[in-house]
Design a binder for this molecule. Sequence first.
Ligand SMILES: N[C@@H](CCC(=O)N[C@@H](CS)C(=O)NCC(=O)O)C(=O)O
Length: 212
Amino acid sequence: MKLYTYFRSSASYRVRIALAYKGLAHESDYVNLPKGEHREDAFRTVNAQGLVPALEDGGRVFIQSLAIIEYLEERYPKPPLLPPSPADRAYVRAVSGIIACEMHPLNNLRTLRHIRRAFKLDDEGINTWYRHWIAEGFAMLEGYLARERLAGKYCFGGMVSMADCCLVPQMFNAQRYECDLTSYPTVMRIFDECMKLEAFSATEPARQPDAA
Ligand SMILES: N[C@@H](CCC(=O)N[C@@H](CS)C(=O)NCC(=O)O)C(=O)O
């Protein structure tokens, strides 16, 4: 297996966690986003979308982090990252979706570059935008976790799930942009619990070879 990844990419980090949690050996191909390597032809032949992550396995290339994690789950089911019951799986997918579909796209590199150019924003303007969507997203998430009452040590009770693979990288993004996180105690507590696990800590951005 080969993972196309960038150390700061939170979507890549989701997949790094899933691979590590499932104990799946793989090689890494580092795609430098600030240098624009994801837009070059060499990478577009791997992922025509020009985004990381992408995962090669069995002669096929898989894109979109949640689809990749679901693929890994079906192909390599043990240990699981989705609970057994359909209702609980829907909950885990919903938590994952709040992060991957509602929060992440608004603060993605190309989004930030576009609004900086189109609306002539400076760093302060970008930070205000970024922190707004982190605050809104984490407030939604905190509210959903409180309403469903399914969270325990992790997003779904005592079981590590795809939802945790999404929550932790998003928290790294939020910390990088110095967001105020005091209003999200459950999200913060789950983050702290996850970071005690090797699958989350060994795959964190600063510990990746391309972070050097
Ligand atoms: N929905 C996609 C998002 C992929 C994505 O946007 N990746 C980012 C890094 S986290 C990227 O490649 N950004 C490059 C850019 O925005 O130009 C997924 O979950 O894989």
